[in-house]
Design a protein around this ligand. Structure first.
Ligand SMILES: NC(=O)C1=CN([C@@H]2O[C@H](COP(=O)(O)OP(=O)(O)OC[C@H]3O[C@@H](n4cnc5c(N)ncnc54)[C@H](OP(=O)(O)O)[C@@H]3O)[C@@H](O)[C@H]2O)C=CC1
Ligand SMILES: O=C(O)[C@@H]1CCC=N1
Length: 274
């Protein structure tokens, strides 16, 4: 990135923008190559403290130097945020991380068809993100290479060839870290109920997720086989999995993800172009 004169603008400087900016800076991009529009003073102060970036409180001509504009505002404010940006960024490639908002809405708000829609997740903050990307037909091979370079600084990525699949990705890996944290909370609570300290229970739970994920990533076996290897006949894991099956944990999980996918579609309907 250090040999690349690319200038990148971020509209919205919150959690997701910070995760990507952190990745870019770790890879050698300078703050002079980054412009952020962030109206919320507290968030702007955090950007200054974390990265030495002085955010603009509103869109302006400085945006015209950006060859890539990253949209990291909430779906609810995307259209309103686009209005003052549009005139300055007609020549740029646009990359959105907003849940639900479809590329036809983004393209019509920004007057361009060079739009990549994506769904990252917050482990991007520690370089272990998982992002899915969808390119509009007008996006060139060079555009895709630039997006890969930027998103690659935050972790893994994959391309999907159907835009609706991004709503499924949102339900799976976009919201997914929250499911893991929910399980961590439950496992910690249960551990405390069994007499461990909260610190001990939390350490055990976090290390178990990290270890099991690394094992799955390194193994050619399916998750089912890996699970069976933990499940000794007549043992403790069998007792736990049987209790989860009796409680309907798996169908409840499927329903939860379907609710997230449906909400992504609704966000697109409610806050996208009519
Ligand atoms: N958090 C996550 O795990 C993930 C989030 N996303 C998507 O990322 C996007 C951003 O989410 P997240 O980073 O969590 O949200 P944040 O609230 O942390 O960040 C959004 C920022 O944009 C600012 N903002 C509001 N209006 C404007 C405007 N007109 N111009 C410029 N900036 C503006 C907000 O300021 P203010 O607070 O004043 O409104 C806020 O600081 C969302 O679309 C979400 O769907 C995608 C994947 C994962
Ligand atoms: O909850 C949300 O709407 C966003 C999208 C995925 C993760 N957070």
């Amino acid at each position: 990135m250090s040999h690349n004169p690319t200038h990148i603008a971020f509209i919205g400087g919150g959690n997701m923008a910070s995760a990507i900016i952190g990745g870019l800076i770790r890879q050698g991009m300078t703050t002079a190559q980054i412009t952020v529009v962030e109206p919320f003073a507290e968030t702007a102060a955090k950007l200054h403290k974390d990265f030495g970036i002085t955010a603009l409180p509103a869109a302006g001509p400085a945006l015209a130097q950006a060859s890539l504009v990253v949209w990291a505002v909430k779906p609810q404010v995307f259209s309103e945020a686009a209005t003052p940006v549009k005139a300055h960024t007609l020549q740029a490639l646009h990359l959105s991380v907003a849940a639900g908002i479809r590329t036809d809405s983004i393209g019509s708000w920004l007057g361009t068809e060079r739009v990549v829609r994506s769904m990252p997740n917050t482990p991007a903050l520690v370089g272990q993100g998982m992002t899915a990307l969808y390119p509009c037909p007008a996006v060139t091979a060079d555009d895709k290479a630039l997006v890969e370079k930027v998103i690659g600084t935050t972790g893994q990525f994959l391309w999907v060839n159907q835009e609706s699949h991004l709503d499924a990705v949102t339900a799976l890996s976009g919201s997914g870290p929250a499911y893991v944290f929910f399980f961590l909370e439950a496992m910690t609570e249960a551990g405390v109920g069994m007499g461990l300290t909260a610190e001990q229970a939390y350490q055990l739970a976090v290390a178990t997720f990290a270890g099991a994920s690394s094992l799955a990533a390194a193994s050619s076996e399916s998750a089912e086989v890996l699970r069976q290897r933990v499940t000794s006949k007549g043992g403790t894991t069998y007792a736990a999995i049987t209790a989860m099956e009796a409680a309907g944990v798996k169908p409840a999980f499927v329903k939860a993800m379907q609710a997230a996918e449906q909400r992504a579609r609704e966000l697109g309907d409610e806050f996208g172009k009519a």
